[in-house]
Structures are given as structure tokens and as C-alpha cells.
Design a protein around this ligand. Structure first.
Ligand code: SF4
Length: 245
């Protein structure tokens, strides 16, 4: 398995922790707002970092680094290779968080059953219906797999975060309202404001992100069903001052 990106330390990816971030290539989705086009579409053009190099750099950071976030692309596509990489990271020793789109519940289950992760972050792209999901994910998605991952994560007892990217005209007020039943009882939901720059779908690049007062309304709605709801990207450049929902 190729590692295609490595951030030595970040305070942003794992809330409350100083973490390294590893990027794995490839994804089975083509989300219209995706910013990882290089990883998703042309990862062969990116430099490969050998796992031994990453592991030795991690060993040098033990003592002040809390953990490692493994993201992509979609890391669960690597199955057993991902599990082996995580075991190597845990032997460093460091804690692990995996970020996933939830389309590989069998891998999510293994991560939990084998005690390989301290935390999981899972994207929810849209209300859990095939048409809604395909509209956002840019490809057909077996939404029952996403639902299975969601149920596994909510029941896991692990620290977790469900992430929703808000996109005007794509994932807005109506969609969030329809997602609320699936967010019921969630420990943490992160609402991420859409960033137009570098979107996979060029037609989204001229859209204004949601304005702060709109984000407040989303947060209020989600807070009524989830234990905690955080908002990221309140200050996105070009946010509309107001928008009819
Ligand atoms: S799940 Fe979507 S946003 Fe995430 S890497 Fe894949 S295409 Fe990009």
C-alpha cells in the first residue's frame, strides 16, 4: 500500500490531540465538493512515501505526539493492508483515528472488533437514500452499507464524529432536516461549510458558502438531536450574507 501524503503534526484533524496525518490514495466516490482530486483521480502522479520512512519519523515524535489520523481518499478500500499499517503505528506506540466515507462496513467492523482505533470520523454525504447520495457522491452508492457503518459507529463506545459538508443547492436545509433522524443520539456531529476553491465539480467553484447566521440555524437544528454539534468554516471567504432556505 502506498502512502501518498504525510503531515508531521496537526491540531486540526483530531480534536484535542496533536496528530500526524497519513493520506492513502484512491476513493470509490467522486463527491462533487471533494478537494482531494490528486489523491482520488491521479494518485500515481504523487510521490510515494515508504511506510518505513513514516514509521521511523513517527518513532522520533513519541512523547509529544498523541496519535495518527489515517485518511484519504478512502482508507478502508485497503482492507487488510490498512489493518496491518495501523498495527505498525500502534506498535510505535501511538493512538489511531481513521476517517472514512462509511461504504466499507466490514472494514469498519474489523477496526472496532480488533481494537485498532481510538476514534473514527465518518462522512454522511446526504440523506440515506440512493438518489440523494448519488447526487452528492457523484456515483452510485449502496446506502445500506453506509447505514451499517453508521450503526456500528454509533453503538461502538468509541470516540467518533459524524461529518456533514453543507453545500448550497446540494446539501442544505431540506437535506439536513431529512438527516436528523439518523443523527439522533449521535455523540458529535461536525457541520463543515463548503469551500468552493478546487472542488472536483468545477460548477461548484463559483458558489458562495453558507453565511454564519445560516450555519447557526443548521447547528441549532442538529443540536436538538445530537449530543454535540460543532461548526467548521464559519469564516469561509465569499459566504453569502443571507440566503433563502
Ligand atoms: S469520499 Fe468524497 S470527499 Fe472523501 S475523498 Fe472520496 S471523493 Fe473526496
Amino acid at each position: 500500500m502506498d502512502i501518498k501524503g504525510f503531515i508531521e503534526s496537526s491540531l486540526l484533524e483530531w480534536e484535542g490531540k496533536i496528530a500526524s496525518v497519513l493520506f492513502l490514495p484512491g476513493c470509490n466516490l467522486r463527491c462533487r465538493y471533494c478537494h482531494a482530486a490528486d489523491l482520488v483521480l491521479r494518485s500515481e502522479e504523487l510521490e510515494t512515501i515508504p511506510p518505513d520512512v513514516v514509521l521511523s519519523r513517527l518513532r522520533r515524535q513519541v512523547g509529544w505526539l498523541d496519535g495518527v489520523v489515517i485518511t484519504g481518499g478512502e482508507p478502508t478500500l485497503f482492507g487488510d493492508e490498512l489493518l496491518a499499517l495501523i498495527r505498525d503505528v500502534r506498535r510505535v506506540p501511538l493512538q489511531v483515528m481513521v476517517e472514512t466515507n462509511g461504504t466499507r462496513p466490514e472494514c469498519v467492523q474489523r477496526l472496532m472488533e480488533d481494537g485498532l482505533v481510538e476514534a473514527i470520523a465518518m462522512d454522511l454525504k446526504a440523506p440515506l437514500g440512493p438518489e440523494d447520495y448519488a447526487r452528492v457522491a457523484g456515483t452510485g452508492v449502496h446506502v445500506e452499507d453506509v447505514r451499517r457503518s453508521l450503526d456500528l459507529i454509533k453503538r461502538s463506545g468509541l470516540s467518533y464524529e459524524l461529518r456533514i459538508t453543507l453545500v448550497p443547492g446540494l446539501v442544505g436545509w431540506q437535506e439536513v432536516q431529512r438527516m436528523l433522524p439518523d443523527l439522533e443520539g449521535a455523540r458529535q456531529v461536525a457541520l463543515q461549510n463548503f469551500k468552493p476553491e478546487l472542488c472536483l465539480d468545477a460548477r461548484l467553484r463559483t458558489l458562495a458558502p453558507f453565511a454564519p447566521e445560516e450555519l447557526d440555524a443548521f447547528q441549532k437544528a442538529v443540536s436538538q438531536v445530537a449530543e454535540r454539534c460543532v461548526v467548521r468554516g464559519r469564516t469561509c471567504a465569499g459566504a453569502a450574507s443571507s440566503r433563502a432556505r
